[in-house]
Design a protein around this ligand. Sequence first.
Ligand code: NAP
Ligand code: MG
Length: 400
Amino acid sequence: MEKVSMRTPLVEMDGDEMTRILWGLVKEKLILPFVDLKTEYYDLGIQNRDKTLDNVTVEAARAILQHGVGVKCATITATAARKKEYALENMLPSPNATIRAVLDGAIFRKPINVSRVKPAIPSWKRPIVIGRHAYGDVYKNTEMSITAPGKVELVFTGHDGTERRSLVADMKSSGVVQGIHNYDDSIRGFARSCFIYALDEGLPVLFAAKDTISQTYDARFRDIFRNVYETEYKNKFAQKNIDYHYALIDDAVARAVKSEGGFLWACKNYDGDVMSDMIASAAGSLAMMTSALVSPEGRYEYEAAHGTVQRHYYRYLQGEKPSTNPTALIFAWAGALEKRAVLDGIAPLEEFAKRLRSVSLQTIESGRMTGDLAASAGCIPLDSWEFIDEIARGLRSSAK
Ligand code: NAP
Ligand code: MG
């Protein structure tokens, strides 16, 4: 069998624990036999991040800026307990936050639908993708506890000394106050990332906020989205027969629940945090959810939405063969290979990426699946090795 060739390398970011084991297995069984794989490899395993003072993460993120597409394994975010467990010298920041800081943009979480896993909302036929703004609002807030009566004001002092004030509250008794902000550039970048992703996936876009109440702050988000759409994307959307709408957030929630799915829901930072967990659990399983970071300049990073599946890893270390679901990891590879193929114009690579996805889904649809799905589908679970072997068999028999 002739292997599919590549031109530009993928930025490959290895990770930790059970997902690191699966990462190697997926490459060995599902990719290397079929693709003459070109990657630029970065080991983001926690020990190497520690040893390099996290430089490896920054270098990987810069490599994505340079090459355009990356694929990432799940990684441990350091905590005091992890520092002790892995005898780390440093308290490292979250790799995803570091990569996001370099690339900017937004995170898109998309459920992987299979007919054997029923969503909690029966009307959902197609995935609802959540696009979450990754900067500002309550995640960069300033808060104050008020203990005595007094005036709370917002004060802006320009670099030229000019001052603007507005009253937040004339506090009659103790309470709390909060100041939040965002930047036009960040909102614009978020809007662009959403429109780029939606065009790629052929999905209509819904952006929702509360502009009736927040007539300056949320209204700015609404206006920037509208402006970016009208000036940069409207024609491209029309060619793909998709569109963009703004809605009030409460209206959007009601609509989403009654919908058939099949749209990109762009959310402000907090709404996206809440809604992505709601969509993830309503869609079925954390192991059936992919995550993509898309920068406003059109750089892409693909990963699984779940973590390193620590509990399964400890069982693996005891000699067990856990039934950890590799589907989201496989989809991350398929997404990255497909994007690379499209950017480089390599049709056989695009065909392989699509086949990798469809064979994985067919394997599950045919009743061969891991434990997280098997119970609700009434099937006998396979361990990760058996499941991946089944997909490899499907790939070999479907090869031209
Ligand atoms: P997790 O790895 O997502 O796993 C939580 C639980 O969800 C698992 O114990 C398992 O449940 C189930 N699960 C998740 N993925 C699964 C899969 N592929 N197949 C089957 N079951 C799956 O979250 P965590 O245990 O809270 O976090 C572990 C580590 O991951 C932490 O160090 C955290 O920092 C890191 N993390 C990394 C990322 C990332 O890199 N993007 C994201 C989140 C967390 P059962 O045990 O009940 O089977
Ligand atoms: Mg959350």
